[in-house]
Structure formats: C-alpha cells, structure tokens
Ligand binder design. Structure first.
Ligand SMILES: [Zn+2]
Length: 394
C-alpha cells in the first residue's frame, strides 16, 4: 500500500479529502495493526486531533476495534487499534474443472472453504454457486458480509461485467454478476483470476510489493495478469494479458481458442498430461496432482512430462520479459507444489534469452499456493472498500 501525497488532491472537495484520509488511516491500521493513534499520526503526517476524529468515525462505522492497552515508558498507556475481523468476504474461484467457495475476514484469514466440480452448463453452474454462497452466508452468524469476489478463467468486459472470453470454461458471454447479486443481495466483483492474483499481491504482500509485476496462472490453461508502473493493465474489452493464446508453433496442437500451437497447449497442466500420455503411459482418469505424485515417487516418464511443461513455461515467459520487463513474475498453480523440482528449469529457460541491457525478473511461486486464487477473490472486495480511488493504486 502506498501513501497518497495529499498535496496531489489540492482543489478536491473537503469530502473527497476526508474520504482519502479515512482510507489512508484504515489501510495503515490494516497493515500495521495493532497500532496506537499517536503512531498513526506520526506515520501519515496528520494532526493528532484529525487522526482521533477519523478513528472515532471508523470505530462508529464498525471498521476498527480498540484493542488492549499498551505499556510504554514514563507511564503512558496508549490504546491499540485493529481491524474488526467480524467483517467478512465471500470468495468464489471458478476454474474449468473445479469451483471453490470460501469465507475470509477482512484481514484475509480464511474461515471456511469448500469445492465442487464445475458443471458444464453455465445456468446450472450459476445455480450451484448461488446455493454454495447462501450456505456459507448462513454460517456467518451475523458477521457483516462486505461482498462477493469472483475470479474467472477468462476475461471480463468491465462495463457490462460479462465474461467475454473463457475458452477453457465454455461459459462464454454470460452475465454472472446480476443473478448472484439478485439472489444474495450482496455486491459482486468479477475479475480475471490472474488479474485478481495481481491485486492479492498489492493487498497482501506487505513490504514485498513491486510496481512491475506479472502473475502467471497455470492450470487447465495459462492466464497472465499484468501490473506496470503500479497500474493493472486491462486493455480494450478487458482482453489484455492473453499471452497464453499467442501461438508459439502454428503447426502445433489445436487450442480451445480456435487457433493452433498457443503457449498454453505446450505449458498448461493439460499439456503435461498429454506429454505423459504420448510417452505411452496410461492416463485414464489421471489428474495433474496424480502426475505430480507419480513424479515424486520417481516415475521417470512423469518427471519428463513435467520437465517438458516447465521448459515451455520458461520459454513462453521470454515473451513477457522481452515485452514488459517486469521486476517479478509470480507463478500460481499446482505445479508450484513441486517448485523445488521444476522452478529451476523454468528460471534457466527465462534466463537463456534476456536481451542485452535487460534484466531477468525474480521468478517465484505464489505464497500459500493452494489458496492463492482465493486470496485474489478477497482482494477484489478489499479493493472496493479500502482502495484509494480504484485506479490510483492498481
Ligand atoms: Zn489459444
């Protein structure tokens, strides 16, 4: 979270400045909690009396709680402030094969989490998602729900919130937001999964944040979320970042997008399963996690299939490095469970072709790999409640 230079809002109405300051204070409490009013005033350079007024308002609105009294030398006993974790967020991550629904507090701590197979039919899928959300909402026991964050394996047109491109999901051109909002009465934020993971980095990777970041989600397909100079890049119709559908070999296997030889047909989970099958190994009902287990057990064909996938991942990332020069590339997906085995291969492929004058980015797996996409869904709602002007920080 970056501090906003208040001089930059000169000329704005008092109300806008008050809202700015309130959000800055709220974010400082979020990232530094437990924190005293005196430390808040020192950190944001506002008068102690102004801070006290803002804090009282945040307490009244139920965002902030007063915690235990601290002890300092010379008899001072400040009261510490923290976020009210009775305010919660519902997160839904939709993947082509699996949908996860979770409940988290506004600190990003997960309290409930369930999964279900993805129905092939969109209408049926939306109905099941609503049922799961309603069940998880019932378990909230009166906690205040801030909204529902939904990440999707495709691109969302921001004006209409329609899912405009999701070739692996096959729920194309559907309005997910309206029926879910209507059935639950809650605000719904919808975003591409890789973009949501970029936002998760902004909201959760404290002290580790960079302004030029690419997230690569690797699952049934490949998605990328791009942040350049601190701004999330959405592009026309929200379609920016589809590196997964850049053809690497026009004579390669067919891709779900209608083209051939796209990056994702060589470097996704499905690609690894195909390499394993092509090596003459039986693959009936085999999942990508099964393939990782086989590799762990020393199955050489499984190791080879995953190594081929890792090599292609790195090779495709060269496009991203040459085109965008990110400081960091974060990989999200099941492959990161075996990062110790395959991460080095991806990295050496990326490093093999860095342009003169260029720099290889830091390549790393997402934290808490199993929950990375869901943390993205939580970030979508934090962005709504805590963001200092939506496009200013991301
Ligand atoms: Zn494609």
């Amino acid at each position: 979270m970056q501090m906003i230079d208040l001089q930059g809002v000169q000329g704005a109405s008092n109300e806008v400045v008050r809202d700015f300051n309130k959000r800055i204070v709220l974010n400082l409490i979020r990232t530094r909690q437990p924190i005293s009013r005196a430390d808040l005033a020192r950190l944001c350079g506002l008068q102690r009396s102004t801070i006290s007024l803002i804090v009282e308002q945040l307490i009244e609105e139920g965002w902030v709680l007063e915690g235990p009294t601290g002890r300092l030398p010379r008899g001072r006993r400040p009261t510490f402030l923290r976020l009210n974790d009775e305010r919660v967020i519902v997160g839904v991550d939709i993947r082509p094969t699996q949908i996860s629904v979770a409940l988290a507090d506004i600190n990003g701590r997960f309290m409930a989490h369930e999964t279900m197979p993805t129905p092939p039919d969109a209408k049926h899928g939306v109905k099941e998602i609503i049922e799961r959300i309603q069940r998880i909402v019932k378990s909230c026991n009166g906690r205040k729900i801030e909204g529902i964050g939904i990440s999707v394996p495709g691109r969302v047109e921001s004006e209409s919130s329609r899912l405009v491109f999701a070739p692996n999901l096959k729920w194309t051109d559907i309005d997910l937001r309206t029926p879910i909002k209507k059935a639950t009465g809650l605000e719904v934020e919808l975003e591409n999964a890789a973009n949501a993971c970029v936002l998760a980095s902004v909201w959760f990777d404290r002290g580790d944040m960079c302004r030029n970041l690419v997230v690569v989600t690797v699952s049934e397909g490949i998605g990328t979320g791009v942040m350049i100079n601190g701004s999330l890049i959405r592009g026309l119709n929200g379609m920016a970042g589809e590196f997964g559908h850049v053809p690497l070999d026009p004579n390669g296997p067919n891709c779900t997008c209608g083209s051939r030889g796209c990056w994702e047909v060589f470097a996704s989970n499905r690609a690894a399963l195909r390499y394993f099958s092509e090596s003459g190994s039986p693959t009936g009902g085999l999942t990508f996690l099964d393939l990782l287990s086989l590799a762990d057990q020393g199955n050489t064909k499984a190791v080879k299939a995953l190594e081929t996938m890792a090599n292609y991942l790195g090779r495709g990332m060269r496009m991203i490095v040459a085109g965008l020069a990110p400081e960091k590339i974060v990989v999200v997906g099941d492959l990161t469970r075996s990062w110790h085995r395959f991460g080095g291969l991806i990295e050496s492929e990326v490093r093999a072709q860095v342009l003169p004058g260029g720099c290889a980015p830091v390549l790393m797996p997402a934290h808490e790999d199993g929950m990375a996409r869901l943390r993205g869904t939580v970030a979508l709602i934090l962005q709504k409640d805590f963001g200092v002007q939506r496009e200013m920080l991301v």
